[in-house]
Ligand binder design. Structure first.
Ligand SMILES: Cc1ncc(COP(=O)(O)O)c(C=O)c1O
Length: 386
């Protein structure tokens, strides 16, 4: 099996899986309880919280564990907008290529008195900073921009954007969806002017079922879930102890080697690109892969196999044991054209022939070689049918 769908989800790290297996075999109480089994659980959550707070250089109270990146995005955006009065500040700035958990949430607020404005992006998916500066005003109540795009890998200049927001003097809250960035590329919190940052466990070889919102601790936030007052009153519900603990173990593991892995994956992606460029097929690269190193995350490569329908190509590759995705996995089953590729100006034909290959620290050179070996015959067969 050759797995190139790591942007959709990653396999749980073997060491994390081993630890979790021990965890599930050991009695653990409710972390809010009063006996020693409860204490055992609360210690694990405390450890996880302390790890993330030390990494992001924030206080432990600024880490809010959630069930997913989607929930953390919803909490940041809706938690903030519920406290805003649209009559005073009603403009929300975002990009048209955000993840659906941001876009759908903001669209919902757009129907409740707020005005959603999309920043211009160029053909590589980069935010137009001039457009951003022009749109900043005392009427803007929120800016939400992702760090790494999940379909094409574009890395937004988050530090620069944070600086521009600070310089504007309008005290605009800045939310960053860093689900595809965390563990892969450098990230800072306060020094980059971020007020809310979203991360997710299952994108970094942790278990599915945990995410976190890093919060500046100052901007008023309304909980979405009410109940026992867990997570500093901002996310009620018994903490998913094992998932949170596994999330922190996976984060520890991936961050330890982040720099080295970045270089390895970058070299692998480069080999992949050079390989497909030698193939006698019309393949368009939708990911910005300029010499400039930080243009895109090396973990993502989006390609249009012109003349091929991506869904058929995906199935044919799957038959050969190669797993990919036509783009965001939430759109994959719905056969919806990618809003990201549309926004960067791809033609319909290029959108419906696009496949995303997403890498991980577990991707091997042999995996790349194997795809390059199999692709020509698959493409040839496919073109003969179509
Ligand atoms: C950029 C981005 N944001 C948010 C999410 C949602 O994260 P989760 O799957 O943990 O809900 C994803 C998942 O694909 C993503 O790629």
């Amino acid at each position: 099996m050759i797995y190139f769908d790591n942007a959709a989800t990653t396999f749980c790290s073997p060491t994390v899986a081993e630890e979790l297996s021990c965890f599930f075999k050991t009695p653990h109480g409710n972390p809010s309880g009063a006996h020693h089994l409860a204490f055992r659980s609360s210690v694990l959550i405390k450890k996880a919280r302390e790890f993330f707070s030390s990494y992001f250089k924030v206080k432990p109270e600024q880490i809010i564990f959630t069930s997913s990146g989607t929930e953390a995005n919803n909490l940041a955006l809706s938690g903030l907008l519920q406290k805003e009065v649209p009559q005073k500040r009603k403009i929300i700035l975002t990009t048209p290529i955000e993840h659906s958990s941001v876009l759908r949430t903001l669209e919902a607020w757009g129907k409740r008195g707020f005005e959603l404005q999309f920043l211009k992006i160029n053909q590589e998916g980069f935010v137009d900073l001039q457009d951003l500066v022009q749109k900043l005003s005392s009427s803007v109540c929120l800016v939400s921009i992702m760090a790494v795009n999940n379909e094409i890998g574009t890395i937004q200049p988050i530090e620069k954007i944070g600086c521009l927001l600070r310089k504007s003097g309008f005290a605009i809250p800045f939310h960053v969806d860093a689900v595809q960035a965390f563990g892969k590329i450098p990230l800072e919190f306060e020094s980059w002017g971020i007020h809310f940052l979203t991360i997710s466990s299952h994108k970094i070889h942790g278990p599915i079922g945990a995410g976190a919102l890093i919060w500046d601790g100052k901007i008023a936030l309304e909980p979405l879930l009410f109940g026992g007052g867990q997570e500093h009153g901002l996310r009620s519900g018994t903490e998913s102890v094992g998932m949170i603990y596994g999330f922190h173990l996976a984060a520890k593991e991936i961050l330890q080697d982040q720099k080295k892995q970045y270089e390895i994956v970058l070299a692998l992606r480069q080999k992949f690109i050079e390989g497909i460029q030698t193939l006698p097929f019309d393949i368009k690269i939708n990911t910005p892969v300029r010499v400039e190193r930080l243009a895109s995350s090396p973990y993502i490569l989006n390609l249009s196999f012109r003349g091929c329908e991506s869904e058929v190509l995906l199935r044919m590759l799957e038959e050969e044991g190669i797993f990919t995705s036509p783009g965001a996995s939430c759109n994959a089953k719905k056969r919806k054209p990618s809003h990201v590729l549309k926004s960067i100006g791809c033609s319909d034909a290029d959108i419906f022939s696009a496949l995303r290959f997403s890498f991980s620290p577990y991707t091997q050179e042999e995996d790349v070689n194997e795809v390059l070996r199999i692709l020509p015959s698959v493409l040839k067969r496919l073109q003969a049918y179509q």
